[in-house]
Every structure is written in structure tokens, then in C-alpha cells.
Design a protein around this ligand. Structure first.
Ligand SMILES: Cc1ncc(COP(=O)(O)O)c(C=O)c1O
Length: 223
């Protein structure tokens, strides 16, 4: 078949190129001892998420409960949702997801944490909550390492929640700034006896500079 024979509109995927891209980024992460948790924003296809897992990803990232539900349906069983989940309707769906697969979420406010705490109360199966940090991108996240510690304490003090670590979407082109922020946060969390199990960084623009954020333990490329 030729491209010109396709009835349009049609999505056309150059699979050789996709595989080469996935392998390249996985190798980059492996070389630095970083765990890879790709964001599904670009493909939104379980078949490609499974390919990423086959290549060595530790799990995937979704931006909303609906995406995570679709990925779980497609066989993905370790999902970080990098968004504050608010409101009973979404929290009910999150609870159903949490009963089926390994799921983690983020919070950047006490309001978000209290919503999670009201829906997740079983200490034998706690919901993992990472503190979202604004390391300079000015999108979402707590504003200072001290605020990250306060929220981590809040999470750790809730019976059905578990402090899962730190999460950031970094400012473009300034990995040193991200590292400074995260290193300080990790230090004060360790001092407070709350070492972050995961420090999750993300983004595609600075993939060639992953080594400049040594505090990160995992990376979430999407684009
Ligand atoms: C929270 C989060 N993580 C990871 C990504 C992936 O970033 P990129 O598209 O730069 O690879 C995004 C993209 O918006 C995001 O919002």
C-alpha cells in the first residue's frame, strides 16, 4: 500500500521510528540509572505503552483518571497520575482503579490531601501520594521545599495514605534550577525522617541534560 492510497483522515505511525525513539530514551535513562515512567500524553495507546514497558519502563504516567482507566483496561498495571484529583466522583473512580492496579497520585495542597484521606482509609493498602513541586515552571506545585515537607508530613500522617515522594515538571532549559530545588527538598525531608522513595522529574526538552538533575530517581518523557 502507498501513503497516497490511504483514505483520509487517517493516523499513520512510522513504527520503526517509534521503536527507535523509545529505545533511545530508554537507553539514555538506563545509562544514568534512572527509572523511566513515560507519559502517555502523545500516543494514548495501550499498545505503545506496553511496548514502552517491554523496553524497560517501570510504569506509565497519565494526566487524568479517565486516561488511567483506559490504560488499565489495556493491561497497564502501574500508573502515576500527575494531577491533583478533586471531588467525590473522580475520587470514587480513583478508588476503584486503586483496588485493581498499582496507582499513585500527586498533591500540591492540603485540600487535595484531605480529599484523598477521606476516600482512602485502609492502612493495609495505602494510596501513594507524591508532593508536586513547582521547581520553576510556574504551572502547579508547592512553592518551597519547606512547603513540600509540610505536605509530606500531612500525607504521612493520614492512615490510608503513604508519602510517595516528590514530583515536578521542570522549567525548560534550566535543569540546574530544578536540581537545586529538589536537592534542598530531599535534604530537609531526610532530616525529618521522611526520605522520598521517588523523585520524579519529567519532560522532553531537556532530555539531553538528564544528568544535570541527579536528585531525580525517575523521569517522565511524554512528547
Ligand atoms: C506532569 C507531566 N509529566 C510529564 C510530561 C511529559 O512532558 P514532555 O511532553 O515535555 O515530554 C508532561 C507534559 O505536559 C506533564 O504534564
Amino acid at each position: 500500500m502507498r501513503v497516497t492510497d490511504l483514505d483520509t483522515p487517517a493516523v499513520v505511525i512510522d513504527f520503526d521510528r517509534v521503536e527507535a525513539n523509545l529505545a533511545r530514551v530508554q537507553a539514555l535513562a538506563d545509562g544514568l540509572g534512572l527509572r523511566l515512567r513515560p507519559h502517555v500524553k502523545t500516543h494514548k495507546l495501550p499498545v505503545l505503552a506496553r511496548l514502552q514497558m517491554d523496553q524497560g519502563a517501570v510504569g506509565i504516567t497519565c494526566q487524568k483518571v479517565g486516561e488511567a482507566e483506559a490504560m488499565a483496561e489495556g493491561g497497564l498495571d502501574d500508573i502515576l497520575i500527575t494531577y491533583n484529583i478533586l471531588g467525590a466522583a473522580k475520587l470514587d473512580r480513583l478508588a476503584r482503579l486503586h483496588s485493581r492496579i498499582t496507582v499513585a497520585v500527586v498533591a500540591d495542597s492540603a485540600e487535595t490531601v484531605s480529599g484523598y484521606a477521606s476516600h482512602f482509609t485502609d492502612p493495609s493498602r495505602p494510596l501513594s501520594v507524591l508532593v508536586e513541586c513547582d521547581t520553576g515552571a510556574a504551572r502547579c506545585g508547592v512553592q518551597t521545599p519547606a512547603a513540600a515537607l509540610a505536605l509530606a508530613r500531612n500525607i504521612a500522617g493520614s492512615a490510608g495514605l503513604r508519602f510517595g515522594g516528590l514530583m515536578t515538571y521542570p522549567p525548560r532549559g534550566d535543569p540546574a534550577r530544578t536540581e537545586l530545588w529538589l536537592a534542598e527538598a530531599v535534604a530537609i525531608l531526610r532530616e525529618a525522617d521522611l526520605p522520598p522513595p521517588v523523585v520524579s522529574n519529567g519532560g522532553t526538552p531537556d532530555l539531553s541534560r538528564l544528568a544535570d538533575v541527579p536528585s531525580a530517581t525517575e523521569h517522565r518523557p511524554g512528547t
